[in-house]
Design a protein around this ligand. Structure first.
Ligand code: ADP
Length: 425
């Protein structure tokens, strides 16, 4: 492996008794575009500050291009590595061009004035970030997105090999966020090594080749976005459940955060079994879970989006192999689960020969007196690909006293009523 451009070796940094970085090791190769993600207080900014020699590790070392950062003069370091701060700090009475020219300081001798070459480089950096037309404007009068681009231009004017950015998209609206990330992507393509602390996991997944997920001063996961943004790591870092899909356009992971840390229902809370599939159940499963019900679902095929959602929420799933019809064995397991439930809900999932057994299980539940609810089964809502068998079973369920409910709210009211009845029994 070629020598890494940045190497953090077992670095520990403390401001007080608790280390903000705890034995962190990272290697970044030349030309990488890395996103650093993690909750507040994880140590992301401290990591950037340590790379910038602004804080010194008490243990371990940080090497840039094979040299310890603390042994480099600030001018030497600034020619290799440029930082883009999150905010410009206090109001500054400078024009945008004057700010960008500050990026030339590490290249100037003593207190000399800027040379024509410095001006040419500043102009180039501003053209590169589409800010040249703002050159004479007071920096303070610019919009958030324009200011951020000027600060990136200042970093570029340093002619560095590495850009370090601390939340470059914070406080920007989505169009400006995309603009900044696209700018970073094109700078990366031109050969810059980029490390950016990013708040937005979806933006990070969309643009970075590699993510480093930090939590409590350590690295939880490091690798391609698809390996790092896994429900178990998100839960561990942020304490929230996440639903992760592959974005149809970018092929990158796309995250929906479900809610702050899953509620653990009471052991004797009423249990609801949901028959769903193809995304018809994910929202309902989450609502039931967060309304305090014990929830199970099935039979669902592995790879079905509802299967994925249930797993992300830690819901019990009776599962079948991908794209396979429900086997007798799985049907039996599902039936056992259903017969222990206090209620069964059937969403408007399409039925084919592969999942028809789920309706047979519901009929069996109804036979044993378990309440069955058909959610959103209005006129033509359920597609039947079994030549009428599914419709017959649904008819039969209605004749056996299954209830039709139109909305999740109505279902919740019915379920709450049921559980009240159960308590008074
Ligand atoms: P992040 O950037 O991930 O939000 P930070 O690196 O800013 O995390 O902070 C990591 C830990 O170090 C936090 O507990 C924070 O309170 C603490 N910390 C950060 N900066 C300072 C400081 N200047 N003085 C004291 N503690 C600090």
């Amino acid at each position: 492996m070629p020598k890494p451009l940045i190497e953090v070796r077992e670095a520990t940094c403390s401001y007080g008794p608790i280390p903000a970085l705890h034995g962190v090791s990272i290697q970044i190769a030349r030309g990488e575009f890395v996103g650093i993600v993690g909750p507040n207080g994880a140590g992301k900014s401290t990591l950037l500050r340590a790379m910038h020699a602004l804080v010194r590790p008490q243990e371990g070392a940080i090497l840039i291009d094979g040299r310890q950062v603390n042994r480099l003069s600030s001018r030497e370091l600034a020619r290799i590595l440029a930082g883009v701060p999150q905010e410009a700090g206090n109001p500054v009475p400078f024009t945008a061009l004057e700010i960008v020219l500050m990026g030339r300081n590490p290249h100037r001798r003593g207190l000399s004035w800027e040379s024509p070459q410095d001006l040419a480089i500043a102009r180039q950096a501003m053209e590169r970030t589409h800010t040249w037309h703002l050159a004479d404007r007071p920096f303070q009068s610019l919009s958030g997105g324009e200011r951020q681009r000027v600060l990136i231009a200042r970093a570029l004017a340093q002619r560095p090999q590495i850009l370090l950015l601390d939340e470059p998209t914070a406080h920007l609206d989505i169009a400006y966020q995309l603009e900044i990330m696209e700018l970073l992507t094109s700078l990366h393509r031109e050969g810059l090594t980029i490390l950016a602390v990013l708040h937005d996991l979806n933006l990070a997944a969309m643009f970075c080749e590699r993510l480093i997920l930090m939590s409590k001063g350590t690295i939880l996961a490091d690798g391609p976005p698809g390996d790092v943004l896994k429900p178990k790591w998100i839960r561990k870092a942020y304490g929230v459940d996440a639903l992760i899909r592959t974005h149809p356009l970018t092929g990158r992971p796309y995250i929906t955060l479900l809610s702050p840390s899953r509620l653990d229902p009471f052991r004797d809370a009423p249990s609801v079994h949901v028959i769903c599939g193809g995304g018809s159940g994910a929202g309902l499963l989450s609502t039931l879970l967060h309304s305090g019900f014990r929830v199970s679902t099935g039979v669902l095929n592995v790879l079905d989006s509802d299967h994925e959602a249930a797993q992300a929420m830690g819901i019990e799933v009776i599962e079948e192999a991908p794209f396979s019809p429900i086997s007798e064995e799985t049907h039996r397991l599902n039936l056992l689960r259903i017969l222990e439930s206090d209620a069964v809900v059937i969403t408007s999932v399409p039925f084919g020969h592969g999942n028809l057994k789920n309706l047979e299980a519901a009929v069996e539940a109804r036979n044993r007196g378990i309440p069955v609810f058909l959610l959103g089964h209005g006129q033509g809502a359920v597609r039947d690909y079994t030549g009428g068998l599914a419709e017959d079973l649904l008819e039969r369920l209605l004749m056996m006293g299954a209830s039709q409910v139109e909305s999740v709210e109505e279902l919740l009211r019915e379920l709450v009523e049921l559980s009240n009845l159960r308590q008074t029994r």
